[in-house]
Ligand binder design. Structure first.
Ligand SMILES: *[C@@H]1O[C@H](CO)[C@@H](O)[C@H](O)[C@H]1NC(C)=O
Ligand SMILES: *[C@@H]1O[C@H](CO)[C@@H](O)[C@H](O)[C@H]1NC(C)=O
Length: 208
């Protein structure tokens, strides 16, 4: 009976000792496939769980007239290991986030200003297209191609949340035209002609 009693307390104690509420990123150690290693809880403060960088517009003076300001694990240490993250999207009039995927996360977008034309394309190549207005939310299933275009005459703002602290990003145009993949292979794999490939590589900074 006494032994059982001690066993009981030992089990409770060891369970409590194994609970870990969070794993705030320790940026002094390298990042592994499972994220950053954990900062010593004794050195964690409330500021690790607060990120103040999404209050101001990103710089949209660029080719796509768009800016994404991330609050991912690399910027927001408290997110590490919690399976979630957020970013701000600014789209100037005429702005576009070109066709892209997030290999590591499902995305939830909420429009807080302006209107945004957006679609994702399923594995069956079905297009799910909608023009969203302020207050509308759209979900993009993990890994599927999607885009956002400003559909109004004023700057559009959205917040996008991801089901991972590291959603990843691959922009299709950049994958084809912004690197040194030989033009002949780009032509063969896209069915574009040489002049079109040359033009897109010039715009996006590709070589080869
Ligand atoms: C906490 O931070 C202080 C100052 O940055 C450092 O000297 C100390 O080693 C840290 N303690 C732990 C337990 O990581
Ligand atoms: C925005 O980016 C452009 C192009 O890089 C740059 O010339 C401009 O100074 C930036 N504006 C601000 C406010 O940082």
């Amino acid at each position: 009976m006494i032994r059982l009693f001690f066993l009981f307390f030992f089990l409770i104690f060891s369970c409590e000792a194994s609970v870990q509420d969070f794993c705030v990123a320790d940026f002094t150690a390298p990042e592994g496939p499972a994220g950053y290693s954990c900062k010593n809880p004794a050195n964690v403060t409330v500021d690790d769980f607060v990120f103040s960088g999404l209050g101001k517009a990103g710089n949209t003076t660029n080719l796509i007239k768009a800016a994404v300001t991330p609050a991912f694990a690399a910027q927001f240490p408290g997110l590490n290991g919690l399976g979630i993250s957020i970013a701000r999207l600014d789209l100037a009039p005429g702005g576009v986030v070109p066709m892209h995927t997030h290999p590591g996360a499902t995305e939830l977008l909420v429009v807080v200003q302006g209107s945004i034309a957006t679609a994702f394309i399923s594995s069956a190549n079905t297009v799910y297209l909608k023009t969203l207005k302020k207050g509308d939310i759209m979900v993009y299933p993990q890994g599927l191609l999607h885009f956002q275009i400003n559909a109004g005459g004023i700057p559009a703002i959205a917040f996008v949340s991801f089901s991972s602290p590291n959603p990843g990003l691959q922009i299709t145009d950049f994958a084809f035209f912004a690197n040194n993949l030989p033009s002949i292979l780009v032509e063969k794999t896209t069915f574009l002609d040489a002049a079109q490939v040359k033009k897109l590589k010039a715009v996006l900074g590709g070589t080869g």
